[in-house]
Design a protein around this ligand. Structure first.
Ligand code: SAM
Ligand code: SF4
Length: 471
C-alpha cells in the first residue's frame, strides 16, 4: 500500500527525470473481458486528457465503455481538488455509487483517481469511511491502472497506490481521444510555482517537461490521423524546458510544432511570469499558432499578487498584456481571476475591476477563493466573509460579461475561420471555434465535412457565442 504524504510532495530536488515506456503484461489483456466501464471526469483539461489515457488502457485489457453509469461493472471518478466544490461533487458521487453497489450491482468495482487521490486527508477518509471504494491511484501512476485493477480483482481488498514523489515520464500510454479533430498533447507535468492558494504543486508534483522529440512525434502521428488542432497542455506551459539541462524553451517548442504544419496550435495554461518576448514573436510569426492567449492575472492589486506569490506586479502584467496586443494581430486574451483572497480589501478589489476595465478580456474564468488544506494561504488570518466574496464575484462577473459582449459586437460583419466540429440536430446549425477561440454557430448552403476549416461571416452577436453563415 502506498499512501500520499504532503511533506514528501512538497520537496523539490534536482534528480533527473528519466523516460520510461508504458508496457502491459500479456496476462492482463483479458481481465476486463465482458465488463463495462464508466468514467466521471472533474476539473481541468489535464484530467480530461488523463481520462483519455485511462479509457484506452481499460479497453486494452478488455473493458468496453458504457454511457449509463448504472449499467457499468466498473466506475472510476477522475477527481479535481482545485476548489472545495469540486471535492464536494466527487464525495456526493461516491455516496450515489454506494447506493448503486448496494441496490443494483453488488459486484460493482469503484475506483478513485486524479488530484483528490494525492491528498492525505482524502485517502485517510476513504480508508476509514468509504471502505466500499475498491481502489485509489494517484496522478503519478496512471500507467499502473491495469496492475492495480488486477490486484483489486484478485485480493478483493481495497488497493491504495498513491506516490507522493513524482516518478519518471511515461511515454507511450495509449489514448482514446474524445474528439476526432482536436487533440490534447501533454508537454509537461507538475508545477514548481507554488502560488500560495494552489494545491496543484502538491497533487501534480514537480515540473517535468517532455522531450520535444516525443512531442513532435505525437503531433506528426495526430496529423496522419487527420487531426486539425493540438492544444499543448501543462499547468504552466511557459516554463516548459526550464527543468532541462540544455537550452530549449517554450518558444523553441512552439516553433518546432508550428513547422509540422498542423493547421491549428493552442497552448494552456500560461503563467505571465515566464511569457518571453521571443514567445510573442514566434506566435506572431506563424499563422498556425492561434491568436488566442489565456493569461491568468488572478488579481489587480499588487498587495494581493504578492500574498498570492504570483511574482509579477500589476504594472509588469499590463506591460506584457500590451505587448501581446500590439505584436500579435487580432489576438484575443482571456484570464482567470480569484476574488476574496485573504486580506483583499474593497480597494484591492476595485483595482481588479480597474484592471479588467483596462484589459477588456474576451473571456474570463472567475472564482471565489477556496481554502485548500496544506497551502500557505490557509494560514493567512484576514479571512474574507463568504457573503463579501460572493458579492465581489457577482460584481466582477457583471463587468467581465459586459466586455465579452462589447468585444463580440466588433465582430459583426467580419469573416472568421472556423473549425467545423459538429451540427446541432434540432436546428441544422453547425458549430465550431474561430482561430480567436470564439464559439460560432453557423449555417451553410452546402453540407460541410466535420474537421474542415471554413470562413464564416458573422451576422449576430451574443455574450458567450456568435452566429453566422458560411461565406
Ligand atoms: N497554472 C494556471 C495558472 O497559473 O494560471 C492555473 C491552473 S488552475 C487549474 C486554474 C485556476 O484555478 C487558477 O488560475 C486560479 O484562478 C484558480 N484557482 C486555483 N486555486 C484556487 C483556489 N484555492 N481558490 C479559487 N480558485 C483557485
Ligand atoms: Fe497553481 Fe498555476 Fe500557480 Fe502552478 S502556476 S501553483 S498550477 S496557479
Amino acid at each position: 500500500m502506498h499512501l500520499p504524504d504532503y511533506k514528501e510532495a512538497k520537496k523539490r530536488n534536482k534528480s533527473n527525470v528519466e523516460e520510461e515506456k508504458y508496457e502491459l503484461n500479456d496476462n492482463l489483456i483479458n481481465i476486463g473481458l465482458n465488463k463495462k466501464y464508466h468514467i466521471k471526469t472533474y476539473g481541468c483539461q489535464m484530467n480530461e486528457h488523463d481520462t483519455e489515457n485511462i479509457k484506452a488502457m481499460l479497453e486494452q485489457i478488455g473493458f468496453t465503455e458504457c454511457e449509463d453509469q448504472e449499467k457499468a461493472d466498473l466506475v472510476i471518478l477522475n477527481t479535481c481538488s482545485i476548489r472545495e466544490n469540486a471535492h464536494n461533487k466527487a464525495f456526493g458521487m461516491l455516496g450515489r455509487l454506494k447506493h448503486q453497489k448496494e441496490e443494483i450491482n453488488k459486484n460493482l468495482i469503484i475506483g478513485l483517481c486524479g488530484c483528490m487521490a494525492q491528498e492525505e486527508k482524502v485517502v485517510n477518509d476513504i480508508m476509514k469511511k468509504y471502505k466500499y471504494v475498491n481502489f485509489v491511484f494517484g496522478t503519478h501512476n496512471i500507467h499502473r491502472l491495469p496492475y492495480i485493477l488486477n490486484e483489486a480483482f484478485k485480493t478483493k481488498k481495497q488497493v491504495i497506490e498513491v506516490y507522493s514523489k513524482e516518478g519518471n515520464i511515461i511515454e507511450g500510454i495509449p489514448a482514446k481521444r474524445a474528439n476526432k479533430y482536436k487533440a490534447y498533447v501533454n508537454i509537461m507535468y507538475g508545477c514548481d510555482k507554488f502560488c500560495t492558494y494552489c494545491i496543484v504543486p502538491f497533487t501534480r508534483g514537480k515540473q517535468r517537461s517532455r522531450e520535444s522529440i516525443d512531442i513532435i512525434k505525437e503531433v506528426n502521428k495526430l496529423i496522419k490521423e487527420g487531426y486539425q488542432e493540438v492544444t499543448l497542455l501543462g499547468q504552466n506551459v511557459n516554463a516548459y524546458g526550464k527543468d532541462f539541462d540544455y537550452n530549449y524553451r517554450m518558444e523553441n517548442l512552439l516553433e518546432d510544432v508550428a513547422k509540422t504544419n498542423i493547421p491549428r496550435i493552442r497552448f494552456m495554461t500560461s503563467h505571465p511570469w515566464d511569457f518571453t518576448d521571443k514567445m510573442i514573436d514566434v506566435i506572431a510569426k506563424y499563422d498556425n499558432i492561434m491568436p488566442s492567449i489565456h493569461l491568468p492575472v488572478q488579481s489587480g492589486s499588487n498587495k494581493i499578487l504578492k500574498l498570492m506569490g504570483r511574482k509579477y506586479t500589476k504594472e509588469s502584467y499590463l506591460e506584457l498584456f500590451d505587448k501581446i496586443k500590439t505584436k500579435i494581430p487580432r489576438v484575443t486574451v482571456s484570464t482567470d481571476i480569484i476574488v476574496g483572497f485573504p486580506g483583499e480589501t474593497e480597494e484591492d478589489f476595485q483595482e481588479t475591476l480597474d484592471l479588467v476595465n483596462y484589459c477588456k478580456y474576451d473571456n474570463a474564468f472567475t472564482f471565489i477563493y477556496s481554502e485548500r488544506d496544506g497551502t500557505p494561504a490557509c494560514r493567512l488570518k484576514e479571512v474574507i466573509p463568504m457573503d463579501v466574496r460572493e458579492d465581489r464575484l457577482q460584481r466582477l462577473n457583471e463587468v467581465v460579461n459586459k466586455y465579452f459582449l462589447e468585444n463580440n459586437n466588433k465582430l459583426l460583419g467580419e469573416v472568421l475561420p472556423v473549425l467545423v466540429e459538429g451540427i446541432s440536430d434540432k436546428k441544422n446549425i453547425y458549430y465550431g471555434y474561430s482561430d480567436t477561440n470564439k464559439l460560432v454557430n453557423f449555417t451553410s448552403d452546402k453540407e460541410l465535412e466535420f474537421g474542415d476549416i471554413v470562413n464564416v461571416l458573422i451576422t449576430e452577436i451574443h455574450t458567450w457565442s456568435i452566429d453566422g453563415r458560411v461565406k
